[in-house]
Design a protein around this ligand. Structure first.
Ligand code: EPS
Length: 380
């Protein structure tokens, strides 16, 4: 049975709940690693007042024995400190769907005349649990020397132009940035743009890049469409609220080029295979090729804003302005942290599919044997 997870919980309900099923036994899960990523998701410039209420207290409630996984489902709970009885509006029916949200389509689909249950579950609050689950995956990936980082590429119409030649340098710049952006000059402009958007009642979209280093060649498969690693990563990233496009490697540049200009040459250097460029973003034919996996997500501005698009009241069919309480101005830095978690999860699924094992030592032994066998193929 493959690794899988489920989440439950509403934005203003008691808690978010997650279950990870299929983790091998023997894995420690340090709660501080989960808390660190939850804090990174929460604390960035441009978020709403809700983030001053939430501290994301997280607990692991099952699947551990003496500090390590047992092979049983791992249950995770994060309390909602911003919970409200009957939802945010205290149980009053919401009949005015907000354009850009799941409200209208959800009410039509589920036969509801109140948007509250749809809005509660569709809320990006649920990404706190995605981040917690992804932090568990990241911890396991470290055992296979896979590291995952992200940085902000753009906010609104301001593009960053960071130096990505050294991942260590990139990360130290990101760590010093309020927006997780490695280009300080662009960040200053982005902060100015967020301040203006705040004053004018708008929200802002943007893009982030996730880089996974140390990924072994051979994850995913060319053999069938639903085993392709790029398809899985893209689908998983598209499931994050507000994401409207995903790009792998130089996907948005190479489609304009001639074939020869968009391929990554294969060369042998000191007995090792090298790829001088990485247009493919580390995936060829649906299989990881051993280069860094580079993937970008593009998100629209969040739909809730003081300035709203016209809508109707579902109960009277009259034209209306949708109701507004509060909103984030820009969630793009948080999107980077969420996307890291989503990429980590998909890579861990692919690793466990390839190397199997009910105890993590068995998985690691299979991994080491495979890496050795690959090493032999490039020796003359
Ligand atoms: C969200 C609306 C806002 C965000 C929320 C997602 O919440 P509220 O309706 O309470 O103002 O703050 O995001 C989070 C709570 C979070 O932790 O990310 C929405 O409608 O998607």
């Amino acid at each position: 049975m493959p690794l899988r997870f489920l989440t439950a919980g509403d934005s203003h309900g008691d808690a978010l709940v997650g279950i990870i099923e299929g983790l091998p036994a023997g894995i420690p899960i340090p709660i501080r690693d989960i808390q660190r990523d939850l804090k990174r998701r929460r604390k960035t410039y441009g978020r709403s007042g809700r983030q001053r209420i939430e501290t994301d207290p997280v607990e692991i409630v099952s699947g551990m024995w003496r500090g390590r996984t047992t092979g049983a489902p791992v249950g995770i709970r994060i309390l909602n400190l911003g919970k409200a009885p009957g939802g945010k509006r205290g149980g009053a029916p919401g009949t005015v769907p907000r354009p850009g949200h799941a409200d209208l389509a959800g009410c039509l689909k589920y036969g509801l005349d109140d948007i509250q249950p749809i809005a509660e579950r569709a809320s990006a609050r649920s990404t706190a649990m995605r981040v917690a689950i992804g932090a568990v995956a990241k911890g396991v990936l470290k055992r296979f020397s896979v590291e995952i980082l992200s940085h902000v590429r753009s906010i609104g119409d301001i593009d960053a132009d960071p130096d990505t030649s050294s991942l260590d340098r990139l990360m130290s710049r990101v760590a010093r940035s309020q927006l997780y952006c490695a280009d300080a000059a662009a960040e200053r402009k982005m902060i100015g743009l967020i301040k203006t958007a705040w004053k004018e009642g708008h929200t802002l979209g943007g893009s982030i890049e996730v880089i996974a280093s140390g990924v072994p060649p051979g994850l995913g498969s060319h053999a069938h469409w639903d085993r392709k690693l790029d398809a899985r990563l893209a689908g998983a990233l598209m499931s994050i609220q507000t994401v409207k496009a995903v790009e792998i490697g130089a996907g948005l540049e190479t489609y304009k080029k001639r074939g020869i200009e968009s391929q990554d040459a294969i060369v042998l250097y000191r007995g090792k295979i090298k790829r001088p460029t990485n247009y493919a973003g580390g995936i060829e034919g649906g299989i990881s090729n051993g280069e860094n996996i580079v993937i970008r997500s593009y998100a629209k501005p969040i739909a809730t804003a003081p300035k709203q698009a016209p809508t109707i009241d579902m109960s009277t069919l009259e034209s209306r302005e949708s109701p507004y309480v509060r909103s984030d101005v820009c969630v793009i830095p948080a999107l980077g942290v969420i996307a890291e978690a989503v990429v980590a999860w998909e890579l861990l699924c692919a690793i466990l599919e390839k190397f199997g094992g009910d105890h993590i030592e068995e998985t690691q032994a299979n991994f080491i044997a495979y890496v050795k066998s690959i090493g032999k193929r490039t020796k003359r």
